[in-house]
Design a protein around this ligand. Structure first.
Ligand code: MRU
Length: 366
């Protein structure tokens, strides 16, 4: 995507020095800064502290983390220890395990003295594939937005509600939930996006709003709790969100608060779509509520908020009494029964095992 006149991906390798660059998402929208990763430890830290975040990008960062590890020491022992270190950086997005297992499966049979180049090439392939996959699912999702526009008689913009950031900053490029919005917007379909602010880290208010503004997509930031009201008053035509892990039965785990939006959408007859690359499907899991590990993050993300002061400094302030405890679950699970459809790179399917297998028939026995 473009920032000003320059086109960016969220992660890229500097071919000569072999370091890996990422956009630092902890300081957006106030600063546009690039961070350089030199080692698997740097990559694990960038995932953990959310310099990079969003399920597909976490996967790509894990893959590049293993490439950095192979650049330092391509031995079997180091491949395994870097794998282990990266795998525990964040627990919920299955893309991390998917990318690390793909890298290890590819590199394991290659002799250590030939692993360096192979590791960078495979990480680059994962990143390139993510761009292609997100572009494809965006095309499928854009057709849903165009259909919603036709239903309005082309008289007014389509109102899409989204939660968290599942845009290009959450992937290598394009995004998942926002890719359909970008494709529809570029095709001339008028779209307006309701952007949930997404406490506690405000990925909607900071990242989604930043992306949509940069692309010139009309949008409005709203507090997390207003979605039900908007839906009751016919102000949302469809919801589109991303997912960090999708079970083979179609349950989806996404940023905390997604489930409440799905309940409100169900109650008001608003279509609720989830956009995902196949790398987000965990074919080993059937029951999202019982099986998906939900990340619990520091309470300070709830007790404090950060933003830009009038002087242009980034500052953090406490918003709760000093002695009040806080609890910070990062994700929740939306059961498949509340999901209208899954938007994938192979098309749109029902949120069910049969629906997913109709698009990904190789996974019957998994
Ligand atoms: O905690 P985050 O910011 O990594 O959470 C991101 C989300 O919940 C996204 O919606 C999800 O990763 C889907 S991304 C394309």
């Amino acid at each position: 995507m473009k920032i000003g006149d320059s086109a960016f991906r969220t992660i890229w390798c500097d071919g000569d020095s072999r370091v890996v660059n990422v956009i630092d998402q902890t300081v957006l929208p106030h600063r546009f800064a690039i961070k350089t990763l030199h080692s698997a430890t740097d990559a694990a830290l960038a995932i953990r502290d959310m310099t990079v975040r969003g399920a597909p990008l976490i996967g790509a960062a894990g893959a590049y983390g293993l490439a950095l590890a192979m650049n330092q020491d391509p031995s079997d022992a180091h491949l395994q220890s870097a794998f282990d270190q990266l795998l525990v950086a964040r627990p919920t997005a299955v893309n991390l395990r998917w990318a690390l297992e793909r890298m290890r499966g590819h590199l394991g049979p290659i002799a250590p003295d030939r692993r360096r180049n192979a590791a960078y090439a495979e990480a680059a392939a994962i990143a390139d594939e993510d761009v292609a996959v997100c572009s494809a699912l965006g095309q499928h999702g854009a057709e849903l937005i165009a259909a919603a526009w036709r239903r309005t008689g082309r008289s007014q913009p389509v109102n899409v509600l989204t939660h968290c950031n599942a845009g290009w900053l959450a992937t290598v490029d394009w995004g998942t939930a926002l890719a359909p919005v970008y494709k529809a917007h570029r095709a001339g379909v008028p779209v307006h996006v309701w952007v949930d602010e997404t406490r506690p880290r405000n990925q909607g208010a900071s990242l989604t709003a930043y992306e949509l503004g940069s692309e010139g997509v009309p949008h409005t930031v709203v507090v997390d709790n207003v979605g039900g009201h908007l839906m009751q008053h016919g102000m949302v035509d469809l919801c589109i969100v991303g997912t960090d892990r999708t079970t083979r039965t179609g349950d989806v785990c996404n940023k905390v608060g997604t489930y409440l939006k799905a309940l409100a959408a169900h109650d008001n007859g608003v279509p609720f779509y989830v956009a995902l690359p196949a790398s987000t499907i965990d074919w080993r899991m059937r029951d999202g509520v019982k099986e998906i590990p939900i990340e619990e993050r520091e309470a300070t993300e709830v007790t404090h908020m950060s933003g830009e002061t009038a002087e242009g400094d980034i500052a953090t302030i406490r918003v709760t009494p000093k002695n009040s405890p806080a609890l910070n679950y990062g994700f929740d699970v939306t059961p498949a029964r509340l999901v209208t459809g899954l938007i994938t790179e192979r098309g749109v399917c029902a949120a069910s095992e049969a629906g997913l297998l109709s698009l990904f028939p190789g996974e019957e026995r998994a």
